[in-house]
Design a protein around this ligand. Structure first.
Ligand code: SER
Length: 344
């Protein structure tokens, strides 16, 4: 018998770490964590198996198929938007070919298991592309089908990943005589920028939000790479993880699409700084826009309309802006850096 596991790719990333913690707190004890980077030791103990490996490695997938039964996949691995602009072709390989490999794994597994394999895929606000600031301002919160013209490689990759998922879920090998009865149950969430009290993102363009806060908590000055009036949606990490789990749990009949927006609060960079300053009055932030990264955030909408997620699977964030800062970010981040400063 093959051992049943829940696969999490990108397990050493921000979302991966938070998801492993949450699932293991919920009693899930059969996580197979996969990442190109080492998975932090504290998390390895919460996993059945923690593998260092590349989602482009076919041999690795061969091993997974032969050793494990995989009814659920959280495919979180990706190169984020800033990083991807430096190596767009590599980003395409990781973000698109990597996703294909996982979808193929899901389809194979569903054949073995005789049930649809659940495939949870984080997409992003980066799939949107607003042509100019006037349009961004005028359009406000965008709906899932609007402005799907991303300007970044990452945005293009995520948008295509959504389409691939829909294809595997609904049209895979549609001309084959031996139509598979099972297949992939593909569910995706377009996340806004995420802010965690415990980790920092690497290579994203919404990173100015978390960076500003973490630098202030460390008592270090920060040069913010976007203008003060820059606005985009954000969310506290626990809400993002809650959403992944809630969407995974939702009854299939309730879902009317494969891809859902969610959102929580959308301060301007200046308002974010004001929030940070309330907690850390000595915080120093200089607004020194980097024109090219600014262009990327300017192409993202001021907000996402999440009414479909609210209606279909009862989505509602626990943390609005105030609560995110006061109840989650500030206390945890203060403790984190106070602990780090303690001599061991
Ligand atoms: N946080 C991501 C980025 O900045 C957007 O999904 O790339």
């Amino acid at each position: 018998m093959r051992k049943e596991v829940v696969v999490i790719t990108g397990a050493a990333g921000e979302m991966g770490q938070a998801l492993i913690e949450r699932l293991s707190e919920d009693g899930v004890n059969n996580i197979l964590a996969l990442d190109v980077n080492p998975i932090p030791k504290s998390l390895r103990a919460r996993c059945q198996l923690a593998l260092m490996g590349n989602i482009l490695d076919e041999q690795l997938f061969g091993r997974l198929v032969s050793e494990f039964a995989i009814p659920r996949i959280f495919h979180l691995a990706a190169l984020l938007s800033t990083r991807a602009e430096f190596t767009p072709e590599i980003a395409h390989r990781v973000n698109v070919e990597g996703t294909m490999n996982l979808l193929k794994l899901a389809v194979d597994q569903s054949g073995w298991l005789g049930i649809p394999v659940k495939f949870i895929f984080p997409s992003s606000v980066a799939v949107y592309g607003m042509p100019d600031l006037a349009t961004k301002e005028r359009e406000g919160a965008v709906r899932e089908w609007e402005w799907n013209v991303p300007t970044t490689m990452y945005g293009c990759n995520k948008l295509y990943g959504e389409h691939l998922g829909r294809y595997y879920a609904e049209h895979y090998r549609q001309l084959a005589v031996d139509q598979a009865v099972h297949g992939v149950d593909f569910r995706s969430i377009r996340f806004p920028g995420l802010i965690s009290a415990f980790t920092l993102p690497t290579g994203g363009t919404s990173d100015y939000g978390p960076e500003m806060l973490h630098q202030a908590a460390k008592g270090e000055p920060y040069a913010c790479f976007v203008r003060e009036d820059t606005r985009m949606p954000f969310m506290a990490m626990p809400d993002a993880i809650k959403a992944l789990i809630q969407l995974e749990d939702a009854p299939k009949e309730a879902l009317t699409t494969h891809v859902y927006n969610i959102t929580s609060f959308n301060p301007s960079a200046g308002e974010m700084f004001a929030e940070v300053k309330r907690a850390f009055p000595n915080a120093q932030v200089a607004f020194e826009p980097d024109q090219r990264r600014q262009m990327i955030v300017d192409s993202w909408p001021v907000d996402q309309d999440d009414s479909r997620a609210r209606k279909d699977w009862g989505w509602k964030p626990d943390f609005d802006q105030k609560k995110a800062f006061v109840d989650y970010l500030i206390p945890n981040i203060s403790r984190r850096y106070a602990d780090a400063a303690q001599p061991s």
